[in-house]
Design a protein around this ligand. Structure first.
Ligand code: ZN
Length: 190
């Protein structure tokens, strides 16, 4: 049987069901935990290969992902494209390229993230790359949860899977009304 993201999502249990407090302050009955998918190197590699295919004709020189979420998948996309992979990270709250990583002016860069919700981290990476006069060719993510396809102006954005996750204002949350305790995703158990 050939590999599919849908099958891997089910098998790894990465789409968690429960009662979650999102960083936006809203509540939800579902949460995407990409770490559960990417913990398996073969699933990470397949996901990276499929994402790389969306950009295979773009003559990419380098893939950049924001830490932490973007690191593993950016690396797998870079492996599939046989180009180098860098990551940005926040230092004192500011997104930066550290560790001796550099990008030459006009290098063709692909930004890769695991999940795009508001696109905030990706926009910070765009700022870092623009300051280095890199050519941003595209943005890719495994999942698009933003509800939008044109999220980054003129820069093409492609995702493997569009996911709609229902969310509620705390005062309107049906799970709160049932008295189910809410948890912050990313904790020890979720
Ligand atoms: Zn709730």
């Amino acid at each position: 049987m050939s590999w599919s993201l849908e099958e891997a999502m089910k098998r790894t249990g990465m789409l968690k069901k429960g009662h979650f407090l999102l960083s936006s302050g809203r509540h939800s009955n579902q949460y995407l935990q990409c770490a559960l998918l990417l913990q398996y190197p073969s699933d990470a590699a397949e996901t990276g290969r499929q994402l790389a295919k969306l950009f295979q004709d773009e003559a990419i020189d380098v893939v950049v992902g924001p830490a932490l979420g973007g690191v593993i998948i950016a690396h797998e996309v870079a492996r599939a494209l046989n180009v180098r992979c860098l990551f940005t990270e926040r230092k004192d709250g500011k997104m930066q390229l550290r560790r001796g990583f550099s990008i030459k002016p006009n290098e063709r860069v692909l930004i890769i993230e695991d999940v795009v919700t508001t696109g905030g981290s990706v926009r910070e990476v765009i700022d870092v790359l623009n300051a280095m006069q890199a050519k941003i060719i595209g943005i890719g993510s495994i999942f698009n949860r933003s509800g939008k396809t044109k999220l980054f102006g003129d820069i093409p954005y492609r995702a493997l899977e569009t996911i709609e996750i229902e969310s509620y204002l705390p005062e309107e949350c049906p799970l709160c009304k049932q008295g189910i305790p809410a948890v912050k995703p990313g904790s020890r158990t979720s």
